[in-house]
Design a protein around this ligand. Structure first.
Ligand code: ATP
Length: 440
């Protein structure tokens, strides 16, 4: 649509997320907790839909199974993975204004970006991003555990459990969705960088030497997944990491163009045999795979990882869906969240034209039928125009309006969110009409 504009500023999205019940600041009544957020009623539906689509795309295939590992793990896991010694960001403070920066995100030879002071930065210090907590009653170092900073290690330490119980042959993958915690130095940009967030990770175990083809296969699959969710291709790009993490021999990120610039959404990393080797060494347990197809050859598999943030993915979905039509035209301006119908938190809104018993009775019947298949919402308060606008901002693909004619002609008006076209549909054809449009 020519009179349609995209999201320009994060403030507009933050305001809509709050006013429409998608996302709230954590502990808001106490002034909020920095970089922690709560999903509201529509936010949780949207995020659940995104996670369900990821889970389906991963586990509805013969070579991937899921697990759900615990957040607290044996502390040696994080020694073996390299997180205790190496999971840190370089930190500098401006001595003049006290602003804190990640030294790898600014040029420390330049003046402070906030106050403009010259030569004001402290020496670079390494800051470990893992949260520590105590397990059990004794507050000594022996009972110290970490909140996991990534979900991947829960998969690695379960590699043999899954492989043997599921009788899996290489290549196969293990998928997991779960919370991760990082004490980020510079959180921000709403839910882009949080201290508590959710990851959707899949580790694909492969024969050493096949990592290049696995990389190609998963790069293609993961790119397509984002497009299938309705994300516009021109807003996505690949970024090849030149400076690789110690465990990787190749790494690509999918980036999205947010209003504040390009940001990483998903990492696709070739992690070699680093993690399993480390766990073998630190645990003293044999984690070799016996390749029955190749003369019982024994080796440690290589790993191809895909890792996408559920919350960062959600932020991308919200930014991409946000449109303003006829901006500045007081009577015709509307904000509409053009979610892919599969992600929309509410699929159908049922709206009696007026608050009259006979219309509400009829509308309730329609609602009851639709609720068997779709998440629906019923709204009777306010003018019909206002109710349509509200559903537009929630991103509801269809509104079904019941008016006085409905009582005699047994038809309803179905309004399309994106085109605003209204069609008169017979009540007994409504279900098949929507089924066709909400097929995914
Ligand atoms: P960044 O460079 O942005 O810190 P990263 O490279 O450390 O991210 P990974 O460790 O590869 O991120 O994590 C995989 C995915 O988890 C990221 O692509 C992102 O979607 C998500 N993620 C990582 N850190 C955060 C965070 N602090 N808040 C929200 N999502 C995050």
């Amino acid at each position: 649509m020519s009179n349609e504009t995209n999201l320009k500023s994060m403030n507009d999205l933050v305001a809509l997320c709050k006013s429409r019940g998608f996302i709230f600041q954590s502990s808001e009544v106490y002034g909020g907790l920095n970089s922690c957020y709560d999903m509201g009623p529509y936010g949780v539906e949207l995020k659940n839909n995104l996670k369900a689509r990821w889970w389906k795309s991963m586990t509805f295939r013969p070579d991937v199974v899921g697990i759900d590992a615990s957040i607290l793990m044996h502390p040696t896991v994080w020694k073996a993975s390299g997180h205790v010694d190496g999971f840190s960001d370089p930190l500098v403070d401006c001595k003049a204004c006290k602003e804190r920066y990640r030294a790898d995100k600014i040029d420390i030879k330049q003046p402070c970006p906030k106050c403009g002071a010259k030569d004001s930065f402290t020496d670079i210090r390494q800051f470990n991003l893992m949260f520590k907590t105590q397990m059990g009653a004794m507050e000594d170092t022996a009972s110290m555990v970490y909140l996991r900073p990534e979900t991947a290690q829960g998969i690695f330490v379960n590699f043999l459990n899954v492989q043997t119980t599921m009788r899996k042959k290489l290549p196969f993958g293990i998928a997991q969705i779960g919370k991760a915690f990082r004490n980020e130095i510079t959180p921000g940009n709403f839910i882009f960088r949080m201290r508590e967030f959710e990851q959707m990770e899949m580790q694909y175990f492969i024969k050493p030497g096949t990592q290049k083809e696995a990389m190609e296969q998963w790069k293609e699959a993961r790119w397509k997944w984002h497009l299938d969710n309705g994300i516009r291709a021109e807003k996505l790009k690949w970024y090849k990491q030149e400076e690789l993490a110690h465990y990787a021999d190749a790494a690509f990120d999918i980036e999205y163009e947010f209003p504040f610039g390009w940001g990483e959404i998903e990492g696709i990393h070739s992690r070699t045999d680093f993690d399993l080797k480390q766990h073998e060494e630190f645990s003293g347990k044999n984690l070799h795979y016996v390749d029955q197809v190749n003369n019982n050859e024994k080796y440690i598999p290589y790993v191809l990882e895909t890792s996408v943030g559920a919350d960062r993915g959600l932020l991308m979905v919200l930014c991409d869906a946000y449109r303003v039509e006829n901006a500045g035209d007081k009577d015709n301006e509307r904000t509409v969240m053009k979610f892919h119908p599969s992600l929309a938190p509410i699929k159908v809104a049922v709206l009696p034209l007026m608050k009259k018993p006979e219309l509400e009775e009829c509308a309730n019947k329609v609602l009851f039928d639709l609720m068997q298949n779709y998440r629906c919402e019923y709204d009777v308060s306010g003018t019909i125009g206002k109710r349509y606008r509200r559903q537009d901002e929630i991103g509801t693909p269809f509104c079904v309006t019941i008016d006085y004619d409905s009582l005699t002609d047994h038809s309803v008006t179905v309004r399309n969110r994106d085109t605003m076209v209204q069609e008169r549909i017979s009540m007994n054809k409504l279900e098949s009409y929507l089924k066709d449009k909400l097929k995914f």
